[in-house]
Design a protein around this ligand. Structure first.
Ligand SMILES: Cc1cc2nc3c(=O)[nH]c(=O)nc-3n(C[C@H](O)[C@H](O)[C@H](O)COP(=O)(O)OP(=O)(O)OC[C@H]3O[C@@H](n4cnc5c(N)ncnc54)[C@H](O)[C@@H]3O)c2cc1C
Length: 346
C-alpha cells in the first residue's frame, strides 16, 4: 500500500505558490502544507507602489484568496513562523513548539531588505517597503508633492521612484554600489544610466562624492522630518528616507539544519540542497551554475516562479536542470529612460 507523501513548502511568495500548485498537480493524493509568517495569503508586492496612488484596500493586492487553497487542498498556515529544521529526522519546528514531519521540504522563504551594518542604528528613522503595512505607513508619512530620499537605489527602489515622480513627489537618490542591483552594470556604463535617471526626474547624489552617508537624523522643528548627513559635512533634508540596498536571504531557521549555506541555501542545478529531500527556490537560494563555476542568485518574478515549478517537478520524480528564463540586462527605453526586465511580472 503506497503511503501518502507530505510535501511542506515554507513560504507563500511567488516561488512557494508556484511550487505548491505544481506539487498538487503532479502528486494529487499527497498532503501539501504551505507555511508563512505573513498574515495575508499570496499578495503582490510588485504592486505596492500603488499605495502612493491612494490604494488602501489590501484585498486588491491579493493574488490567491484563501478559497484557492481550499479548492486545491493546500493547507495554508498563515502567521506561522518556522524556527528550526531537523534534516535527519525530516521534521520542522514552529514558533509555538509544534513539530511537523515532512517527506519533502521546499524552502521558499525569500529574502528581506538588506541594510548595511553602518546604517543599522538609523533604521527607526527610515521607512521600509517590504510589505503592505510598511507601504501604507510611508505613503501616509509622505506629504503631497513631498520629498522622498532613497538610499542605495536597487530595482525595487527605482521602480518605486517612477511612481513617486508620476504622483508629483520629489525624489533624491543617494547612489552607490547597489543603485542598479541586481543588475551588474560596468563602471563605464554607469554614467549613461545615471543620466537616464536624471532624465526621468530623479535628483542623483553620489554618496562617495560626498564622503559617504554618515547618519540619518530627525529634521529640526518646522523643517523637513528627516536629514541625511554626509562625510563632507553636507546634508540633505527630506520628508522620508527609504533604504534600498538589495536583499538578504531569510534563512536563520535553517542554521543548524545540516544543509550547506553560503549567503543563501546552496542548491544543485536540480534545486536540491545537500539533503536529498530538502529543496530550495526563489530569493533564498544560490544555484550551482556550471558556466560561471560558482553558486549564483537569480531574482525577478520570472526566475523565481520558474524555480518554484522546477523544484516541485524534481521533488515529484523529474530530474531537470535549472535554465534561467529571465533576461537580466538593464535597458534604456526609446525615450532614454531606465527599463528593467525585473519590473515585468505574471
Ligand atoms: C515592494 C517590493 C517590490 C518588488 N518589486 C520587484 C520588482 O519590481 N522586480 C523584481 O524582480 N523583484 C521585485 N521585488 C522582489 C520580489 O518580491 C522577490 O524577488 C520575489 O517575490 C521573491 O519571491 P520568493 O517566493 O523567493 O520570496 P518572497 O516573495 O519573499 O516570499 C517569502 C515567503 O516566506 C515566508 N517566510 C520567510 N521566513 C519564514 C519562516 N521562518 N517561517 C515561515 N514563513 C517564512 C514569508 O512570510 C513569505 O511568505 C519586490 C519586492 C518588494 C518587497
Amino acid at each position: 500500500m503506497s503511503t501518502v507523501r507530505h510535501h511542506i513548502v515554507i513560504g507563500s511568495g511567488v516561488a512557494g505558490n508556484q511550487a505548491a500548485e505544481t506539487l498538487r498537480q503532479r502528486d494529487p493524493d499527497s498532503r501539501v502544507t504551505m507555511i508563512t509568517i505573513s498574515r495575508l495569503p499570496f499578495f503582490n508586492r510588485y504592486d505596492l507602489p500603488r499605495v502612493f496612488r491612494g490604494e488602501r484596500d489590501w484585498r486588491r493586492f491579493i493574488i490567491y484568496p484563501a478559497d484557492y487553497y481550499r479548492k486545491n487542498s493546500i493547507v495554508l498556515r498563515r502567521a506561522t513562523r518556522v524556527v528550526a529544521v531537523d534534516s535527519t529526522a525530516q521534521t520542522l519546528t514552529l514558533e509555538h513548539k509544534e513539530t511537523l514531519h515532512f517527506d519533502s521540504l521546499l524552502v521558499a522563504s525569500g529574502a528581506g531588505a538588506y541594510l548595511p551594518e553602518e546604517l543599522a542604528e538609523f533604521r527607526p528613522l527610515m521607512h521600509g517597503f517590504g510589505g503592505y503595512r510598511e507601504a501604507v505607513e510611508v505613503a501616509d508619512a509622505l506629504p503631497a508633492k513631498g520629498h522622498a530620499i532613497l538610499l542605495g537605489g536597487d530595482t525595487i527602489g527605482l521602480d518605486l521612484a517612477r511612481t513617486l515622480l508620476d504622483t508629483k513627489h520629489r525624489v533624491t537618490l543617494v547612489a552607490g554600489p547597489y543603485t542598479f542591483w541586481p543588475h551588474e552594470v560596468a563602471e563605464a556604463d554607469r554614467p549613461k544610466y545615471i543620466a537616464a535617471l536624471q532624465k526621468m526626474g530623479v535628483v542623483v547624489v553620489e554618496a562617495q562624492e560626498r564622503g559617504g552617508i554618515v547618519a540619518v537624523e530627525p529634521g529640526a522643528k518646522g523643517l523637513s522630518a528627516r536629514r541625511v548627513t554626509f562625510g563632507d559635512g553636507s546634508d540633505l533634508p527630506g520628508d522620508v528616507v527609504m533604504p534600498f540596498f538589495g536583499v538578504a536571504p531569510s534563512l536563520d531557521f535553517m542554521l543548524g539544519s545540516g544543509v550547506d549555506i553560503e549567503r543563501g541555501l546552496l542548491v544543485s542545478p536540480a534545486l536540491r540542497t545537500t539533503h536529498e529531500n530538502i529543496y530550495a527556490a526563489g530569493d533564498v537560494c544560490q544555484i550551482w551554475t556550471e558556466k560561471e563555476h560558482r553558486y549564483c542568485f537569480y531574482h525577478g518574478w520570472k526566475n523565481v516562479r520558474a524555480m518554484g515549478e522546477l523544484a516541485a517537478r524534481n521533488i515529484t520524480g523529474a530530474d531537470e536542470p535549472w535554465d534561467p528564463p529571465q533576461d537580466e540586462s538593464l535597458q534604456l527605453s526609446k525615450d532614454g529612460k531606465i527599463q528593467s526586465p525585473f519590473w515585468e511580472y505574471q
